[in-house]
Design a protein around this ligand. Structure first.
Ligand SMILES: Cc1ncc(COP(=O)(O)O)c(C=O)c1O
Length: 356
């Protein structure tokens, strides 16, 4: 007998959340199907088309191409693979802000690309001047982050797209986490706002689909086809995916979540979590703490090390940014009551430890 699965009651650090119950049911029903073999499993293959079509709607891409990946990591690897294939140059490089997720390091290793990691500005956003300075004619891709992992910041995407255009590089947006929040903000971030070539947007993060469900979207069929590998023993002729056999659970769970929640339920989740994030940021500031205020629903706060460690030992699932702040990701399962409970624990620890 396996132990109880873990609850989300004290999880503040995760970029994943409790999936929607209907998405879990759909994932369970399709768990033994394989969208990697569409002629044997046509039903799940049709569902994948539906998933990509709704993701296209969310991201302003009218004839979307792409597929449901294992997660943001696979989508980012595949985007860089597209970029490398699109521009066969010697010693290709990719320019990313230092706020980019570590999946780009994996991608660069796997694809043997030089990864140019560029300092961000004082608001933790990509700095177009610095990005431009590090770009040259061997740059195959510039990456902009729409909701970075540590601070939830949105890069100046239009400016980065212009730089990519000047160097004829692929412009990739990593909206793995932010992609389900940004449609309800004023940001220019999607395929219809700016000339984006490829995008990562993960249903298994803010989209409330069960893991594994990442998303890779590609502006043109031609770009996606640059990934195609022939599949001799299958009835379908080629695969553009990185993995071969994939569980249909991610695909079915994605469609169920999207059909249930897009757009109105996602809007109310995002609005509520944005309110919770602002409320928490001001509650933390009121306690004299240094807070990085939210742009999307994510707050970072400087805490003494021992307070952080005590909170962790009392069961809070928390993590630190690379600069050491505690980060709270306001995923759909994070309620105001949960934050009140967290603040009560924090108040118990703060006076004792800060006076040390
Ligand atoms: C912005 C961003 N990109 C990519 C990833 C990687 O996604 P995954 O863990 O699903 O592979 C994450 C994970 O948190 C992320 O925040």
């Amino acid at each position: 007998m396996l132990p109880e699965s873990q609850s989300f009651d004290r999880v503040l650090s995760s970029m994943c959340t409790k999936p929607h119950p209907e998405a879990v049911e759909a994932a369970t029903r399709y768990i033994a199907t394989n969208p990697g073999d569409p002629s044997t499993f046509p039903a799940v293959s049709r569902l994948e088309d539906r998933a990509i079509s709704i993701l296209g709607e969310i991201t302003g891409l009218s004839s979307p191409n792409g597929y449901i990946t294992a997660g943001g990591t696979e989508a980012n690897i595949q985007a860089l693979r597209i970029a490398r294939n699109a521009h066969p140059v010697q010693n290709p490089n990719v320019v990313v802000p230092e706020s980019a997720h570590f999946s780009f390091q994996k991608a660069a290793h796997v694809l043997d690309l030089e990864l140019r990691t560029v300092p961000v500005d004082d608001q933790y956003r990509a700095d177009p001047k610095q990005i431009s300075r590090h770009t040259d004619h061997s740059t195959v891709c510039i990456v902009g982050i729409a909701g970075n992992t540590e601070y939830g910041r949105v890069d100046p995407l239009s400016q980065l797209a212009d730089i990519a255009y000047d160097y004829q590089a692929i412009f990739h947006i990593d909206a793995a986490w932010g992609g389900f929040a940004l449609p309800f903000t004023e940001h220019d971030w999607n395929f219809s706002d700016i000339p984006v070539d490829t995008m990562t947007i993960d249903p298994h993060k803010m989209g409330k689909a069960p893991i594994p469900a990442g998303g890779l979207l590609v502006r043109s069929e031609e770009l996606l086809d640059s990934l195609a590998i022939e599949t001799p023993y299958l009835e379908s002729s080629s695969q553009t995916t990185l993995t071969g056999t994939r569980s249909g659970a991610g695909v079915a769970g994605t469609v169920a979540a999207l059909e249930k929640l897009w757009p109105s339920k996602y809007r109310s989740i995002v609005n509520q979590q944005q309110e919770n994030a602002k409320w928490t940021a001001s509650a933390l500031s009121d306690r004299g703490l240094d807070v990085v205020p939210p742009e999307l629903p994510l707050v970072a706060v400087d805490l003494p090390n021992n307070v952080f460690n005590e909170l962790k030992s009392s069961g809070w699932r928390i993590s630190r940014t690379s600069r050491g702040e505690l980060r709270i990701v306001f995923m759909p399962h994070v309620s105001r009551d949960m934050i009140r409970e967290f603040l009560t624990d924090l108040d118990r620890l703060l006076p004792k430890t800060t006076s040390n």
